[in-house]
Design a binder for this molecule. Sequence first.
Ligand code: GDP
Length: 465
Amino acid sequence: PSEEYELLRRRIFSNTKELWYYMNSELQSLNKEVVGDGAKHVGKIKKIVGEHYRSLLKDIANLAEVDGHSSWRIQENKDLSNLIQERLKHLQNPSDCSKARKLVCDLNKGCGYGCQLHHVVYCFIVAYATERTLILRSKGWRYSKGGWQDVFLPLSDTCLLPNGETTNRWPGHKNTQVITLPIIDSINPRPPFLPLALPEDLVPRLNVLHGDPVVWWIGQFLKYMLRPQPATSNKLDEYAKKVKFQKPIVGVHIRRTDKVGTEAAFHKLEEYMVHVELYYKHKELSDKIIKKRVYLATDEPKLFSEAKDKYPDYEIIGDVDISKTASISKRYSDQSLSGIITDIHFLSLSDYLVCTFSSQVCRVAYEIMNSLHPDASNLYTSLDDIYYYGGQKRRLHEAILPHFADGPQEMDLQVGDEIAVAGNHWNGFSKGINLRTKKSGLYPTFKVSPKIETARFASYPDVTL
Ligand code: GDP
């Protein structure tokens, strides 16, 4: 398919959603303003608009099945993924480790498991961009004392030691053999290839394949890193049998305890379940749903009984014991490690995700999910943030329609304006800073399109498939 066609197809899909966000939110507030028959009328409109929306969305999604390009998408995803995986394997297995240029990264960032995985991904991206073998120092890891290899395959078969002739802190010198890397929050100078930048040699292909290429890109690093040890893989298989994990299933992640009030707002179970219901309503237009299932992952054990009581027509899958070990500050023991690995794994295997992207747990699950499909960039609802990568430079939108601010909260747009995006308000509007006018404010999301930033990374001409 041409790039124009794929971008247009995805744009129609996402703008159909934006139209619905707008209508739904306006009708909801109108409902509060009117009384009696007026309110009834609004309720009726809301219902029919909802039906229009689901029918349109289904047809647009079906386009990708009937336009004759679906086998191309599957093959292109395989080819691109194999290419990256081969490059990573090549990078990580130098012929002579004693001479190899290395990048050393410590697995001791003071944060949770999702955050630590993102720390390793960041190190791996720097290693890939600068063509240095990544050495992960993980002994004494607070999640598993024996280190990374206790759970996942080592990042290299031949080169795991951090020694070399010369060692320097980032940025070091091209000829320095070993460079040590600080965490993303304090890297200085900041290289141009950190997220959300994408390698310029891959962008022409990625932009055709995927609706949010950077998520696919991050997913490829996780795919390499998280190759499980046989024992880990057995545990996951046993667990799938134990909880009878099967599709269709919606993964719901509810982050509570220490996160609420400090880094994220509280959301009731019902707020998540509205979107689960919508998913199944949408699905029912094409398939008969025998059993509606939810994979529930949370650090709040009470939610299991709450979900079972309030949603008796659902099969709620997941393990209350896992959420208990997650919540009672045993976060850093081996036991809770297998809990969080299990939860992230099954969230990523779900057909759809409902969660808060303010949590790294759900962002990791979404990234892994995107390594399992040609394009899973639409298979989620986040109750708060849009997708981001911690420490990222920015996400850009480019105006493709003009806009005249309607009130002081909104901003003007001229075609071609670049906007650094702060978030989507899920009501038809996004918020950001217009880089031309320096004004911060709201703008209708359908008047912009995503803009990808590229950077020069090592391009691995010797790795061919
Ligand atoms: P964030 O704080 O939600 O952005 O994500 P982090 O991964 O950095 O830290 C949260 C930690 O809380 C995780 O690493 C887990 O230890 C625990 N946790 C949060 N949600 C869950 C969950 O759904 N299941 C399990 N097993 N643990 C969780």
